[in-house]
Write a protein that binds this ligand. Structure first.
Ligand SMILES: [Zn+2]
Length: 349
């Protein structure tokens, strides 16, 4: 089985929760990315700044990180005249995240555990296979971020075939740079999400076949939607799809991890996960939650939910059926560190 997907399933069976990363864009802006500038171009022009974001999440204890490729599809890149560099910029995004993730292959625990590790390796015959050692090298996985095109299928801006081909090119670049999975995210239109999921799955299928891999060795495709609560109290995407309609469509297209990202904060995420679990008890669920609904004060965007608040709600989010938790807009390494602490205290890591 693909190591990434295997890790997710094993954690699910063992009742453990994996931690993902937080926001990227905010931190690139803090490092000088101008409002009209192409974030993905920084994978080539400012790789060390992009790497610093990735590293901050690896250091915070994340089990997986994404890539600086949210707007890396040719449709979004076209706003900056960068569409011809789609493959290149996505490949660079993946390489940066992989380099930082692979740096994490260090001993997970403190000095006492390191000594135990040395003693074990000196006498390998004593290894107790039934009780997995706490000194297992830490592995951080990389999922290639794939955000929406910004075009509307319903308005005739683009065709499904064009979307599919654009997303496939992006996925090919991410794969060439070493991603171990894909994260199709912030989706609103289930039809567009299906195009992206199929494109990622098909892009992975070609190299997999070349390597003689079976279907189970292919990089997993995650897909998360953004839902908002309507005045009727129901959750819908911006295009009007219900939670069940959206999730079912991408599962049929081959998404093996489902969930929700962005949105209106932790309380709403808990309700959405409960709704997902009402029709799907099995598929791993990923939540990348915003730090609450943003407010605008004095020309600044303020996210109300700090690391302590979000961490205080985490056990409830997990109890609702979440398997992987991370942050979206307004979250940073401090949120991720707080999640890791809560899960360790609850013995869910
Ligand atoms: Zn967000």
């Amino acid at each position: 089985m693909n190591k990434f997907y295997e890790t997710i399933k094993k954690a699910q069976v063992a009742g453990r929760v994996l931690v993902s990363d937080g926001a990227w864009g905010t931190f690139l802006h803090q490092r000088g990315l101008e409002p009209g500038e192409c974030p993905e171009a920084w994978n080539r022009t400012r790789p060390s700044d992009v790497a610093a974001v990735a590293r901050s999440y690896v250091d915070a204890g994340a089990d997986m990180i994404l890539t600086n490729s949210f707007g890396g599809n040719p449709f979004r890149l076209a706003h900056f005249g960068e569409e011809s560099r789609c493959f290149e910029l996505n490949k660079a995004a993946a390489e940066i995240s992989r380099t930082e993730a692979d740096r994490a292959r260090i001993i997970r625990s403190g000095p006492a555990k390191i000594q135990a590790f040395s003693a074990e390796t000196a006498r390998p015959g004593l290894t107790n296979t039934e009780d997995p050692p706490a000194w297992e090298p830490r592995q951080v996985f990389v999922a290639g971020s794939m955000g929406p095109s910004g075009l509307m299928l319903a308005m005739g801006d683009v065709s499904e075939q064009e979307l599919y081909e654009g997303f496939r090119l992006q996925a090919q670049g991410l794969l060439a740079g070493g991603v171990q999975g894909f994260c199709v995210e912030t989706m609103s239109d289930p039809i567009e999400a299906v195009c992206a999921v199929r494109a990622a799955r098909d892009a992975a299928q070609v190299p997999a076949a070349k390597n003689g891999w079976g279907a189970d060795r292919q990089p997993p495709v995650f897909c998360t939607f953004t839902f908002a609560k309507t005045t009727d109290g129901e959750y819908r995407t911006m295009t009007g799809a219900s939670v069940e309609e959206a999730i079912t469509a991408v599962k049929e297209a081959g998404a093996s991890v489902i969930g929700t990202n962005c949105g209106g904060g932790f309380t709403q995420m808990i309700e959405i996960v409960k709704e997902i679990r009402s029709f799907d008890a099995q598929t791993p669920v990923l939540v990348h939650a915003n730090a609450g609904l943003p407010r605008y004060e004095d020309g600044k965007t303020i996210f109300p939910e700090g690391p302590e608040f979000m961490a205080s709600m985490l056990n409830e989010l997990v109890a609702a059926g979440t398997n992987i938790v991370g942050g979206c807009c307004g979250t940073g390494p401090d949120h991720i560190r707080a999640f890791v602490r809560v899960l360790e205290r609850a013995h869910k890591r």
